[in-house]
Design a protein around this ligand. Structure first.
Ligand code: PLP
Length: 341
């Protein structure tokens, strides 16, 4: 058997030896009582990277998004998000039943994962009679996972935020992969967080941390976020043990460009093999095909792990995948019949 190559997600990475060392030697305290110094350092560093006042660590990105949406929404509200957004499809509807918002999906009329500002304006509508929903929030996602790690460029991103503001909406950015978007665009992450009220980021997507996300925004928002996190059962004690992994993860943001290059190479190789493949913006390669299950099974037979994803199969490059692994994946793919488009 050849060595297995795991391209299911950029979350399958194992903490490196230096990361485990940083975790073992982390300075810690009781974060519920009087603060954990390592979590504090991580929170300050992420707030600075995003150009916002403050940030709060959460164990997961879903909790970070839930906290932001619980703060923004109240029952009777509607929120807008690009169709297929994580908050719409992959968080068990907590945006609706926990945060109280009625979802309003926006079509990708500007490109994959990208609604137009005009669509935001039209969907926001105007204040109607007292029994009408009140649209109060735009929730953006950059990169857009469901659309294959699709990047919204800076100017377009700003125009969406401006359209939301004009319509009186608050803006949350699900930036689980904001690092990937910033790397692909060659800008600082703060350029994508400019003008938003709240932003969530992940340290376990491509950056190698075993867990950890942050939700960030104004100091007043983060004060409320501490209470919301506690309501969700998220009071953390010596969280510095995992916070230390997050600090190492942030040191590794510069490696993402290499993951993106490997994804591009994988897609080019698949195209040469006659596979139906979408050229990636970042580290996610989608192969749209009518029978994702059989493609995943035949890949598994040659020790390549991928996942069915929407109407196709998803391959994700990450820091535990090397150039040789990409070569091996393409060699193994060449032994399979090309999937139907
Ligand atoms: C993974 C992901 C999340 C949620 O993160 P978890 O840590 O799995 O809860 C949120 N948004 C996007 C876009 C994601 O890809």
């Amino acid at each position: 058997m050849s060595a297995a190559i795991d391209l299911r997600s950029d979350t399958v990475t194992r903490p490196s030896a230096p990361m485990r060392e940083a975790m073992a030697s982390a300075e810690v305290g009781d974060d519920v009582l009087d603060g954990d110094p390592t979590l504090g350092e991580l929170q300050e560093r992420v707030a600075a990277l995003l150009g916002v006042e403050a940030a709060l660590w959460t164990p997961t990105g879903c909790m970070a998004n839930a906290i932001a949406l619980m703060d923004h929404l109240t029952r009777g509200d509607r929120f807008l998000a690009p169709a297929g957004a994580h908050v719409l499809e992959a968080e068990l509807g907590t945006a609706a039943w926990l945060a109280g918002g009625m979802p309003g999906p926006l079509a990708h009329d500007a490109g994959p994962g990208r609604p137009t500002p005009a669509a935001v304006t039209a969907a926001a509508g105007r204040a109607g009679p007292y029994f009408g929903l009140r649209t109060s929030l735009l929730c953006l996602e950059n990169t857009h996972n469901g659309a294959g790690g699709a990047v919204t460029p800076v100017e377009e991103h700003r125009a969406l935020i401006a359209a939301a503001r004009e319509a009186g909406l608050a803006v949350h950015l699900d930036g689980a992969r904001i690092w990937h978007a910033a790397a692909a665009l060659g800008v600082e992450p703060a350029a994508l967080a400019e003008g938003v009220d709240t932003v969530s980021v992940c340290l376990s997507k491509g950056l190698g941390a075993p867990m950890g996300s942050l939700v960030a925004g104004s100091a007043a928002f983060v004060d409320r976020a501490w209470r919301l996190r506690k309501m969700l059962g998220g009071g953390i004690r010596q969280g510095g043990v995992v916070g230390a992994a997050g600090l190492v993860a942030l040191d590794q943001v510069g490696d993402l460009a290499a993951d993106h290059a490997r994804a591009a190479r994988l897609a080019e190789g698949m195209e040469e093999l006659g596979w139906p493949v979408i050229a990636p913006d970042t580290n996610i390669v989608l192969v749209p095909t009518p029978d994702p299950g059989s493609l995943v099974a035949s890949l598994a037979s040659v020790d390549v792990a991928a996942v069915p994803f929407g109407p196709g199969v998803r391959f994700v490059t990450h820091r535990d995948v090397t150039d040789d692994d990409i070569t091996a994946t393409l060699d193994r793919a060449a032994t399979l019949p090309a999937p139907a488009a």
